[in-house]
Design a protein around this ligand. Structure first.
Ligand SMILES: Nc1ncnc2c1ncn2[C@@H]1O[C@H](COP(=O)(O)OP(=O)(O)OP(=O)(O)O)[C@@H](O)[C@H]1O
Length: 368
């Protein structure tokens, strides 16, 4: 059974003189999970997050962490057990990167040298070049500063990590890197992470569970990303989850039962061949491969001197979405399947991919 780390019990917040920022919120956050609060601007995500570490006190109900009502725990003690990462990394500008991270363990009495050693380890953990440790925050890019912010939040080794739009101020490419690294970090560290974003794609990518907030601080749905995409609770959630919902939900179906067929290939020296399992080889097109057997586009039979750029590749363990995309983006219509090393191992037939999609749609989810 999953243990609950954080529980909102009818926790609501009305700011003085204002309307309700958060309606009575009931929510259980499992230990070791990455839970995302998502919703449009002003719907109470940050307020809800801050009720966890008492930066905001609820005006009704309560928040319970590890079985204790947080209002009974001194705020400084509570915050020591919770890392906090903000949109702007919130680093101290006059301290070097390493000292920014070392500050937290120093506060808890760790000797300076040990604290700095630990800080360097953490900087490496979050993927920051250790060469940058002696720089000042202003001498780092936005993405690097966010990494330092995450390292600092982890410095006290807290079981809970609160992250408020930590990646929203960086460009999309850096953002993807940071997202991937957070998932990687979480696989190793298993913290209880509560992550606020207004970006549904980020929520679906990162979250084990996603809480969708609606205007007025109402919890519209709390579910797995898969459930949100497949079965939005109401029109608001359906609208918020957005376009391509059906296509994106194929991310959660495996393509492992779709047969892989052989394919005609052309090697760099122009010699023809066939790779893949036995069986009929689809005609009309040949896959160009390099010396290692990695796909390098297609040629049409009879037009061997006129290569066409290939589509996306379907990798081992890939989803139905990846298989379908590989077929749709392939000039031959055949989805190219590669192994872990990126070598072509065969192709999938688009009709068989569509049949698997239909199967999944009809609820069999046989290919999961
Ligand atoms: N300190 C405050 N005093 C008064 N009203 C506040 C305060 N902080 C937030 N609010 C109001 O409470 C509501 C919820 O704000 P909150 O910051 O929790 O939303 P959010 O979903 O995190 O928004 P965003 O995505 O824009 O950061 C908003 O209407 C906001 O204006």
């Amino acid at each position: 059974m999953t243990e609950t780390a954080i529980r909102f019990e009818g926790a609501g917040k009305t700011y003085p003189g204002g309307t309700a920022a958060v309606e009575a919120l009931d929510l259980e956050i499992p230990r070791g999970s990455l839970t995302v609060f998502v919703g449009p601007s002003g719907c109470g995500k940050t307020t809800s997050l801050r009720m966890i570490n008492r930066m905001v006190e609820p005006t009704s109900g309560r928040v319970v962490v590890d079985g204790r009502d947080v209002s009974s725990v001194p705020a400084h003690e509570l915050r020591r057990s919770m890392g906090y990462v903000m949109q702007q990394s919130g680093l101290m500008p006059h301290r070097t990167v390493v000292d920014n991270v070392a500050t937290v363990p120093r506060l808890t009495g760790v000797p300076k040298r040990r604290a700095r050693e630990r800080a360097r380890e953490l900087l490496a953990t979050v993927g920051l070049d250790v060469q940058l440790a002696e720089r000042y925050p202003a001498q780092l890019s936005g993405g690097q500063q966010q990494r330092v912010g995450v390292a600092r939040a982890l410095a006290a080794d807290p079981p809970v990590l609160l992250m408020d739009e930590p990646f929203s101020a960086v460009d999309p490419v850096v953002r993807q890197d940071l997202q991937r690294e957070l998932l990687d970090l979480q696989q190793r560290l298993h913290r209880t992470i509560v992550f606020v974003t207004h970006d549904i794609d980020e929520a679906v990518l990162l979250g084990n569970r996603v809480a969708v907030f609606a205007t007025g601080g109402r919890l519209a749905q709390y579910a797995s990303p898969e459930e949100l995409l497949r079965a939005p609770a109401d029109d608001f959630v359906a609208d918020f989850v957005g376009r391509d919902r059906g296509f994106r939900s194929l991310t959660f179906d495996s393509a492992r039962d779709i047969p892989v067929h052989p394919v005609a290939v052309v090697r760099p020296d122009g010699s023809p061949g066939v790779i893949g399992p036995g069986g009929d080889v689809p005609g009309g097109w040949s896959l160009r491969v390099d010396d290692d057997g990695a796909p390098r586009g297609w040629v049409r039979t009879g037009a061997e001197d006129d290569p066409v750029v290939g589509g996306t590749l379907h990798r081992p363990g890939g989803s139905l979405r990846s298989a379908l995309d590989a077929a749709l983006s392939s000039p031959s219509g055949l989805a190219v399947v590669v192994d872990e090393a990126g070598r072509a191992v065969g192709v999938m037939d688009p009709a068989e991919i569509v049949a698997a999609v239909e199967d999944a749609r009809l609820g069999g989810r046989a290919h999961r």
